[in-house]
Ligand binder design. Structure first.
Ligand SMILES: Nc1ncnc2c1ncn2[C@@H]1O[C@H](COP(=O)(O)OP(=O)(O)OP(=O)(O)O)[C@@H](O)[C@H]1O
Ligand SMILES: [Mg+2]
Length: 371
C-alpha cells in the first residue's frame, strides 16, 4: 500500500491536486508563443503546476526548456543551464545546418554528467565569458531562429526568475529586452511574490504589462476531499470532520497542508480506528517537535527585533505599529517594527499581503511555545 502524499519536491500525478484552470492557462501561453509571469507565496505549488503544463505540452510534441535560477550564481550559469536544458531529441531532429547557423559557433554538443549529449558553450564563452549578457542574447536568439522554422512550440521556463536581479544589475531589464526580440519563443517566468518579483512586475518594472497569474491557495473544500480520498485509497479511513479540520489547521499553503496530511496518514496506518480531529492535533504536535532543531537554529540567528515581531504575529496581533503592540513586545519604534516585518516578508517567513501571517504554521506554533 503506497504513500498517498509527497512533499519537499515538485509533485506530479497522482500526487498532484487541482489547478486545472492554472494548467490550462499555462498551456495556452506555451502553445501560442505568449509570455506569462507566475507568482505566489512560497511552497504554494508554482513549480509543480509549471511542470504539469510542461509535461502536457511535451506529450503534444512541444519543446520545453526549463531552468531554475534559484541557485545560479552568475549570468554565465544561466547561459549554461539554458543550453543544458535543451532536449536532445529536439536538437537531433533539427537540421544541423540550421542549428549551426542559429548558434554561429557559440554552441556545441557535449556529454552531460550521465554521458548523454547536451548543448553547451564552446570556445571563449565556455570558461570565463567576458560578455555573458551578449551570450544570453545569442542563445535565446538562436533558439528563437530554430523555433521560427519549426511548427512545434518552444517554451523557455525560468523558475525563480527574480534571481536575475540578484546576479546582475538590471538583470530583469536585460531579460525583458531579449524576450521582446524573440517572438517565436513562449516564455514562462515564475517567482515568489516578495520584494524583487513585485518590483519586476510592478508599474515601473521591466515585466510590467506581461500577463500574470497568481498561484494562490487551493480551494479548502476541494483539498479536504482530495486528501481524504487519497488517504483512503491507501487504506486509511477518516471521519468526515477530520480533513476540513486538517486544512483549516495547516493554513492556506499547499506544502504545509500536504506535510500534515502525510503525518496524519502515517499515524492512520499505525492505528486501528478512523482518523479524527484529535489525530490531526497529534500529527501537528509531532511535526512541531520534529522541527525543533531546525526552528531553534533559525531563531537563534534572528535579530531581536525580528523575534519580537514574530512573537506578536504568532500571538495573533495584526497591527504592528500601534502603541499597544510596541509596548507589549518591547519594540523601540514603529519604524523598527515595520522594518522587521518587511525583512521577514522578503525572506519568505511572513506571507505576502495583509494581515501579517507566519507562512509556516509549524513554526508559528513553535514560536508560541517558546517562553
Ligand atoms: N497541486 C498540488 N497538489 C498536491 N500537492 C502540491 C501541489 N502543489 C504543491 N504541492 C505540495 O507543495 C510542495 C511544494 O510545491 P512546489 O515546489 O511546486 O511549490 P513552489 O511554489 O514552487 O515552492 P517554492 O516557493 O519553494 O519554489 C510539494 O512538494 C507538494 O507537497
Ligand atoms: Mg518552486
Amino acid at each position: 500500500m503506497g504513500q498517498p502524499f509527497r512533499t519537499d519536491q515538485v509533485v506530479e500525478a497522482p500526487y498532484f491536486a487541482d489547478r486545472d484552470e492554472e494548467t490550462n492557462k499555462l498551456l495556452r501561453v506555451m502553445r501560442n508563443r505568449e509570455r506569462i509571469v507566475l507568482y505566489g507565496e512560497r511552497r504554494q505549488g508554482k513549480s509543480s503546476v509549471i511542470t504539469r503544463a510542461a509535461r502536457r505540452l511535451e506529450s503534444e510534441g512541444g519543446v520545453v526548456i526549463m531552468i531554475d535560477a534559484w541557485k545560479v550564481e552568475d549570468l554565465n550559469g544561466i547561459n549554461r543551464a539554458i543550453l543544458k536544458a535543451v532536449p536532445f531529441g529536439w536538437v537531433k531532429g533539427t537540421r544541423l545546418e540550421l542549428l549551426i547557423r542559429a548558434f554561429r559557433g557559440l554552441v556545441g554538443l557535449m556529454p552531460n554528467e550521465e554521458g548523454r549529449p547536451v548543448l553547451g558553450l564552446v570556445g571563449l564563452s565556455a570558461h570565463r565569458d567576458p560578455h555573458p549578457d551578449e551570450t544570453l542574447e545569442r542563445i535565446l536568439e538562436g533558439l528563437n531562429d530554430v523555433a521560427g522554422e519549426s511548427k512545434t512550440p518552444v517554451v523557455v521556463v525560468i523558475d525563480e526568475f527574480q534571481n536575475l536581479e540578484k546576479i546582475r544589475t538590471n538583470g530583469g531589464a536585460l531579460l525583458r529586452s531579449i524576450v521582446q526580440e524573440t517572438g517565436h519563443l513562449s516564455y514562462v517566468f515564475a517567482g515568489s511574490m516578495v520584494g524583487l518579483v513585485m518590483n519586476l512586475i510592478g508599474p515601473k518594472g521591466p515585466f510590467h504589462g506581461i500577463e500574470r497569474i497568481e498561484i494562490g491557495e487551493i480551494r479548502a473544500d476541494y483539498l479536504a476531499t482530495w486528501i481524504q480520498e487519497r488517504s483512503k485509497s491507501c487504506g486509511v479511513e477518516w471521519t468526515s470532520d477530520a480533513s476540513p479540520f486538517l486544512v483549516a489547521k495547516a493554513g492556506p499553503v499547499t506544502e504545509y497542508i500536504l506535510r500534515l496530511a502525510k503525518a496524519v496518514h502515517w499515524i492512520g496506518t499505525q492505528s486501528k480506528g478512523a482518523v479524527m480531529p484529535d489525530t490531526i492535533d497529534q500529527a501537528f504536535a509531532e511535526i512541531v517537535a520534529d522541527m525543533d532543531g531546525t526552528f531553534d537554529l533559525i531563531w537563534s540567528k534572528m535579530s531581536n527585533t525580528r523575534r519580537k515581531v514574530l512573537r506578536g504575529i504568532a500571538d495573533g496581533e495584526v497591527r504592528l505599529t500601534t502603541d499597544h503592540f510596541l509596548s507589549r513586545y518591547h519594540l523601540g519604534s514603529s519604524s523598527a517594527a515595520s522594518r522587521g516585518e518587511r525583512e521577514l516578508r522578503d525572506d519568505g517567513i511572513l506571507a505576502p499581503g495583509k494581515p501579517p501571517r507566519i507562512s509556516d504554521p509549524f513554526f508559528a506554533e513553535w514560536i508560541r511555545r517558546q517562553t
